[in-house]
Every structure is written in C-alpha cells, then in structure tokens.
Design a protein around this ligand. Sequence first.
Ligand code: EPS
Length: 383
Amino acid sequence: MRYVTAGESHGRALVAVVTGVPAGVPVELARIDADLARRQSGYGRGGRMAIETDRVVALSGLRFGRTLGSPVALTVANRDWDNWTDVMAPEGDAADAARVTAPRPGHADLAGCLKTDASDVRDVLERASARETAARVAAAGIARALLRELGVTVGSFVVSIGGVEAEPLADPSAVDQAAVESSDVRCPDPAASAAMRERIDTAAAEGESLGGVFVVYARGLVPGLGGYAQATDRLDARLASAVMSIPAIKGVEIGDGFALANTPGSRAHDPILYEAGAGFVRPSNHAGGLEGGMTNGMPLVLRAAMKPIPTLMRPLASVDLETLEAVEAARERSDVCAVPAAAVVAESEVAMVLADAHCRKFGSDCLGDMLAALGAYRARIAR
Ligand code: EPS
C-alpha cells in the first residue's frame, strides 16, 4: 500500500491517491475526519487553523463503505483558497501577485529556489508547507481502517515541547490515549501539559517558535513483519524514512535508541522467555518492538524530534534573491508550535508502513484472504 499527494498550501485542494489497497476493508469517512481534526488541533497553532475545517471527500475506490481494491482518491479542500485566488491562480498574469524574495532559514525556500530556478519563494513554499500533511492523514485513514480489522492499534503522544518534559512512562505503548486526546498539547501528563502551554505562550510573546519530541506506538503486531534479507525490507528503516519525511522532523529513534549506545549489551537487549499459552515473551522492550528489521511481537515504540518552525515573527538574517542585499527573512502567518499535530502525522505515516508490511506478508487482494493468512500464521507460530 502506497500513497502520493498533490496540492499547494493555498491552492484549491489537497489530493491523496492510495494504491495497493485490499478489497473489502470497511472505511468510515467520519473516522478520517476525526483524524484530520486531531491533526488540526494543538495549542500553539496559528490563524490558519481557524479558517480550515478539514473534511475528506472520497472520489474513488470505495463503494457502500468498503474498499473495492482499486486506487482510493481522496481530497481535502483548502477553505483559505477563497482568500488566495489571485496569488495562486492556475492561469493568468503573475504581475499583481506579491512576490516573496527573502528565503527563511530552516525552510525549503532557498534550496528549493536554487534547485528549480525560481525567484519567487512562493513557487517553492506553497508545496513545501506542512499543509500537505493533511493529505497524508487522509491517505492513512485507509491504512488505519485495514489495521483496525487486523487488530493493530496505532497511537501517539507528546513527551516534550520547548524543553518542557513530561514524566517518562515505563511502557509508552500502554499510555492512556483518552488522556492524551483530552490534552490540547496531546501529552498524558497534566502538569507537563500546563507547563508546555505556558512555554508556548511565552514563545508566542517573544516571536519565537518551538519544537519538541513525541512518541508513536503500535500494539497488536505479530512477529516477522518486515524483513532482514535486503536493506529495503527492514521495517525499522522504512519507519524511520516515513517519519523523517514529515517536514521539520530532525531525528527518529526506535526503542531506547540513542541511550542504547551507552548501555552494556547485557542490559541493552530483551531476554527471550517461553510461557505455555503465551509462547515467546520478552520481559522488557528496549528494542522498541523491532529486531533484525522485523517486528518481534512486542509493541512498536518510536520517538521523533521536531525542530522549531522556521517562520519567525522576529526573523533571522537572509539575503534577497533579487537584489542580493542583506534582509530579514520573510515573515508569514505561521504556528508557534505544531508538535501535537506532527505526532498525528507521524502516527499516520507509521500506519501506512505497517499496513503495507501486512499486505506484503499476508497478501493484498482482499481482507478475507488477509485475515485467513494472518490466522494461519498466528496458529503456526503458537505451535
Ligand atoms: C505552514 C504555515 C501555516 C500553517 C501551515 C504550515 O499556514 P499559513 O501560511 O496558511 O498560515 O498553518 O499548516 C497548515 C496550513 C496545516 O494545515 O497544518 C508552513 O509554512 O509550513
């Protein structure tokens, strides 16, 4: 299962096309809308989120609430398009459109303009904008629907914003997801949530932006998803790549990640035990559910670091692309902090990779065959 997206931040709409979808998967569009709403939420978002109310429209691949096995095409309208028709017109004269010529450090602006021979930064930033992640969340709604049928749960929560850290959880995959969703910074620790909100208020007042760290987890995974035979089979690599593809993500860590580098081997790995009835069990999960590029039957636990948003209300130094004079970087309406939203996007990316890994292992023609293959596999490894 794969997806592509199209759409500019202030264009008419975002589009996602999902291919490799098994037939017979029940899909409720209201659930996709709920995920789109989760992605829009989060303390520290800017004025744009007051304009948009993201809703998915299905154009193909679904009939009477089930996938047909054909490509699923989805759109999410940009309500803000109405305010940008002059600037983002698909045809016509660019003379009146305000040009952006001062690239923002940290954004795609400069390298994108050099790469594509553009002198109006808007030609690059419109597509590089994280607005595109709404289409990813819509696409992943199809992956989540499949995972639901396969008994896999994917969730996420924020562990730090701007240096304010939540109390660490012994088992991040056992987080109270309802508590996460009731926090407007998507953090299960109420004291840390309050401190994060204060930190965001201070940053907003100072014209600053903030990054942070979040966890994505998945439960209900059988061992053996992914593979060890080729670099491209390795599920840890595929997950890291998918999460790293989200704008502003600068680090991805699986299980205890970087801390394992400083831990002796005897304490870094998860012993293998056997219990009648339960089969192979692991008393710890330093590996984050992945060994040798495959799931090992323990919950998947992944952390990612998001850098602060590059659009600053007190901009850094830049150079005007037309005059080559030193100027301040462009100032655009933006978010102070989008870490809670990025966690939802990463959840979506992880869901897509996990759905694809199931399709590779259990076939992808139709849900019934996948469930039969999964059942047979579970029965075999239980023997
Ligand atoms: C973004 C800039 C802001 C954010 C946007 C990402 O948009 P605008 O320029 O319209 O104010 O709100 O995020 C979204 C629109 C979204 O849906 O998440 C950027 O430059 O990346």
